[in-house]
Design a protein around this ligand. Structure first.
Ligand SMILES: Nc1nc2c(ncn2[C@@H]2O[C@H](COP(=O)(O)OP(=O)(O)OP(=O)(O)O)[C@@H](O)[C@H]2O)c(=O)[nH]1
Ligand SMILES: O=C([O-])CC(=O)C(=O)O
Ligand SMILES: [Mn+2]
Length: 604
C-alpha cells in the first residue's frame, strides 16, 4: 500500500521526510497524516535520533517557556499548572462499552467523539513534535515500539530522556503504540486522558504533568497490560533491582504503589528499573527488562544522608528536569525535606513564594527527570536485550496499622492471591485527591488496569505455572506505626528485609510458619542488623514489629474476599487461597487470641 507523504513536505524542514519514507511503514504515515489533519499544527518536527534534534528540543523547551535554565549545567525546571500536579484519575478513561469493576470506563464512541473534538485544531499556531521510541531494549524479544506526538517540547524532552530512541526500528510496516498529546489551552476542567485499546492509541489534552502526558510512561502501561494478558507475559508497575547475596547477585522486581517505595528501594541495590518492568518466560525462567531508560522520581524528602545516590545525581552537571520544586533567585532549586536551610523567597508552580507565607516551597509530588546512566548504582545488565532472571518479587504497601514489615508467601498462588492481589495502601500525593486514605490496589496497578482483574489475575497464575522455579513472593511494609503514631522502622531498615529475602532465595536460613506466610526468626534479623547496619536489634523491637494482629488480618482477608466475589469469573484459585488463609487465621485466633507474638510460634 502506498500512502503519500505530500502532506508533510510543506510542514517539515530538512531531510526528515525522506528518512521517514525510507522506513517503508505505511501505518506510520497513515497515523501521522491523520494526526496532522486532526490537530492542524503549523509545522512538524521529527526526532529521528540525531543529537542535534535533541538539542533543538531542549532549546525549544526554553524558548517556549516550558522550562527555565538553572545555574548547574544541564539542569532546567518545569512547572505544571497548580491543579495539574499529579495523575488525574477522575479524568482518565478506558474506552470500552462494557463496565469493569474498579476501572474508570467510557463507551468507546462517546469517548472518541469527546477527545477528538477537544484535539481538533489544538496545534494551530504551534509546532508538532514526533518521537519514535522503543519500550524495552532494542534488538530484543521484549521490544515494543511507540510513537509520541505532542505540541509540548517539555513532554518530548522528557521522553528523549526516559525512552530509547528507535527511529530505524520502525521499518517495514512494524506495529507500534500511539500517543497523541496536546497542551490544549491548559483548561483543567477539560483535561482528558482517553485510552483506546482497540486502536492501541492514547489521547491526552489540557495537562502537562508527565504522568498524564508522557505517553510512554503510565499511558502505555494500559496498552501493555492488555497486550501482556493476551500474550501470556507480565507488564508491571515494578522496579527491577539486583541484590547481593552470599552466592552472587539476585534480581528482584518490586511493586509498591505510587509514592511508596519503588525508587527508594532501587537505590539500595543495583539499579535496572525504578518504576516499570516487562517480565517474560524463556525456557521456564522469568526474565525482566526495563521499558524505560530514565527515572521520573519523587523529590520531596530526598536528602544527602538518606539518599546519597539521588542527591549526587541532582547536584552534578548533566541532564536534569526538575518539576514543581522551588526555583531560587540565584538559579538554584530547593525542595521540602532536603534538610537544607529554607530560602527567603523564590518562585514555584503557584508563582512568587515567600517563606513568611508558611506555605510549602515545593509540591509533595514534585519530581526530577534524569537518565538512568546518571546513577552510580546502575546495573551492568540495565540494557541487556535478554533481560535478567528474577528470583524474587516484592509486593509492598503503605499500611500504617496492620501488616508486618516482611512476610514470604508459601507458594506462587498463595503470594499472588494473599499478597499481590490483596494489596491495600494509603493513597499519596502522586494521585490528585485526598492523601492517606487506605485503598485497594492489587499489584500497585489498579490505577492503570485496562481489563478485568479476573483476566489479569488468571494470566498471573498461569504465568507461574509455566516456570520451572517460580520466584519467591514477599510482602513488605515500610510504614508500620506504633501507638504513638511513630514509624517503627527507619528508612535504612529496608536493607534488612531485603537481606532476609535474599537469604530465603538462597535457602540459607529458616523461618517461622504463620497463618499468613513465613516470617523471619529473631536471631536472623539480629545478626543482619549487626552485619548490615552495625546496630543492635532488640527482642522488644522484633516482637512489636512482627506481632501478628490476627483479628486485623482476618478483617482484611474478609474485605478482599468480598471484593473478589463481586467478579463473576475470578479464578477459583484466588478465592480458595484467600479462604484457606481465612481458615488458618481463625484457627490461630481460637488458639492465641486477637494477636500473637512471633516468640510463641514455631520454626518450620
Ligand atoms: N517512613 C518511610 N518512608 C519511606 C521509606 N522509604 C521511602 N519512603 C518515602 O516514600 C516516598 C517515595 O517513595 P518512592 O520510592 O519515591 O516511591 P515510588 O514507588 O518510586 O513512587 P512513584 O514514582 O510515584 O511510582 C518518599 O516520601 C519517601 O521518603 C521508609 O522506609 N520509611
Ligand atoms: O505516573 C506518574 O505520574 C509517576 C509515577 O511513577 C506514578 O505515579 O506511579
Ligand atoms: Mn510509578
Amino acid at each position: 500500500m502506498k500512502v503519500s507523504l505530500d502532506f508533510l513536505n510543506d510542514l517539515v524542514h530538512g531531510d526528515s521526510v525522506k528518512k521517514l519514507e525510507s522506513l517503508n511503514n505505511y501505518r506510520l504515515i497513515e497515523f501521522l497524516s491523520n494526526v496532522v489533519k486532526l490537530c492542524e499544527p503549523d509545522s512538524v518536527y521529527l526526532i529521528t535520533g540525531r543529537n542535534e534534534e535533541k538539542e533543538y528540543i531542549r532549546k525549544k523547551a526554553l524558548e517556549r517557556g516550558e522550562e527555565i535554565k538553572l545555574k548547574t549545567s544541564g539542569h532546567t525546571i518545569h512547572f505544571d499548572h497548580p491543579l495539574d500536579q499529579a495523575r488525574a484519575r477522575e479524568d482518565t478513561f478506558i474506552l470500552t462499552d462494557s463496565k469493569i469493576p474498579y476501572v474508570n470506563t467510557k463507551p468507546r464512541n462517546e469517548g472518541l467523539n469527546e477527545i477528538l473534538g477537544l484535539l481538533k485544531g489544538s496545534m494551530r499556531g504551534r509546532e508538532m513534535y514526533v518521537g519514535f521510541y522503543s519500550l524495552g531494549p532494542r534488538n530484543s524479544p521484549f521490544q515494543i515500539l511507540a510513537v509520541q506526538v505532542t505540541d509540548s517540547p517539555y513532554v518530548i524532552h522528557s521522553e528523549n530522556i526516559l525512552y530509547r530512541n528507535a527511529f530505524g526500528d520502525f521499518n517495514n510496516n512494524k506495529q507500534f503504540l500511539r500517543f497523541v498529546h496536546s497542551k490544549g489551552e491548559l483548561d483543567i476542567r477539560k483535561r482528558r486522558i482517553m485510552i483506546d485499546l482497540a486502536d492501541n492509541t492514547v489521547y491526552s489534552i489540557n495537562t502537562t504533568y508527565a504522568g498524564n502526558s508522557v505517553g510512554l510512561k503510565k499511558l502505555a502501561l494500559r496498552l501493555t497490560i492488555t497486550k501482556a494478558a493476551e500474550e501470556g507475559w507480565l507488564s508491571e508497575h515494578m522496579a527491577i533491582i539486583g541484590f547481593n547475596g552470599d552466592n552472587g547477585i539476585h534480581y528482584f522486581t518490586a511493586s509498591f504503589p505510587s509514592g511508596s517505595g519503588k525508587t527508594s528501594t532501587s537505590m539500595i541495590g543495583s539499579l535496572i528499573s525504578d518504576d516499570l518492568a516487562f517480565i517474560r518466560e524463556f525456557d521456564g525462567f522469568p526474565k525482566a527488562v526495563n521499558p524505560e531508560i530514565g527515572v521520573f522520581g519523587i523529590i520531596q524528602g530526598i536528602n544527602a544522608r538518606d539518599d546519597p545516590i539521588i542527591w549526587e545525581v541532582l547536584h552534578k552537571s548533566g541532564e536534569v528536569i526538575f518539576s514543581n520544586v522551588l526555583m531560587t533567585e540565584d538559579g538554584d532549586v530547593y525542595w521540602e525535606g532536603s534538610e537544607l536551610p529554607k530560602p527567603e523567597r523564590g518562585y514555584n508552580y503557584e508563582g512568587k513564594w515567600i517563606r513568611e507565607s508558611g506555605k510549602p516551597a515545593s509540591h509533595p509530588n514534585a519530581r526530577f527527570t534524569v537518565p538512568l546512566t546518571s546513577f552510580k548504582n546502575l546495573d551492568g545488565n540495565w540494557d541487556n536485550p535478554n533481560g535478567v532472571v528474577i528470583d524474587g518479587i516484592i509486593f509492598g504497601v503503605r499500611d500504617y496499622s496492620t501488616l508486618i514489615p516482611v512476610v514470604e508467601a508459601f507458594s506462587w498462588s498463595h503470594g499472588v492471591a494473599t499478597i499481590g492481589a490483596s494489596m491495600e495502601s494509603a493513597r499519596t500525593s502522586a494521585v490528585i485527591g485526598k492523601s492517606d486514605e487506605l485503598e485497594f490496589n492489587p499489584m500497585a496497578i489498579l490505577d492503570f488496569m485496562p481489563i478485568s482483574l479476573s483476566r489479569y489475575l488468571r494470566n498471573y497464575l498461569n504465568f507461574g505455572k509455566r516456570l520451572r522455579r517460580s520466584p519467591k513472593i514477599f510482602g513488605f511494609n515500610y510504614f508500620l506505626k506504633d501507638e504513638n503514631n511513630k514509624f517503627m522502622n527507619s528508612k535504612e531498615d529496608k536493607r534488612i528485609w531485603v537481606s532476609w529475602a535474599v537469604k530465603r532465595v538462597e535457602e540459607t536460613t529458616d523461618a517461622i510458619y504463620t497463618p499468613i506466610g513465613f516470617i523471619p526468626l529473631y536471631e536472623d534479623l539480629k545478626a543482619l542488623y549487626k552485619r548490615v547496619l552495625g546496630r543492635e536489634y532488640s527482642k522488644e523491637e522484633y516482637e512489636k514489629q512482627f506481632k501478628i494482629k490476627l483479628k486485623r488480618y482476618l478483617e482484611k482477608t474478609d474485605r478482599i474476599i468480598g471484593i473478589y466475589l463481586k467478579f463473576d469469573d475470578i479464578p477459583s484459585e484466588i478465592i480458595s487461597e484467600l479462604e484457606m488463609q481465612r481458615k488458618r487465621i481463625i484457627d490461630y485466633i481460637s488458639k492465641y487470641g486477637d494477636s500473637v507474638s512471633p516468640f510463641r510460634l514455631e520454626k518450620t
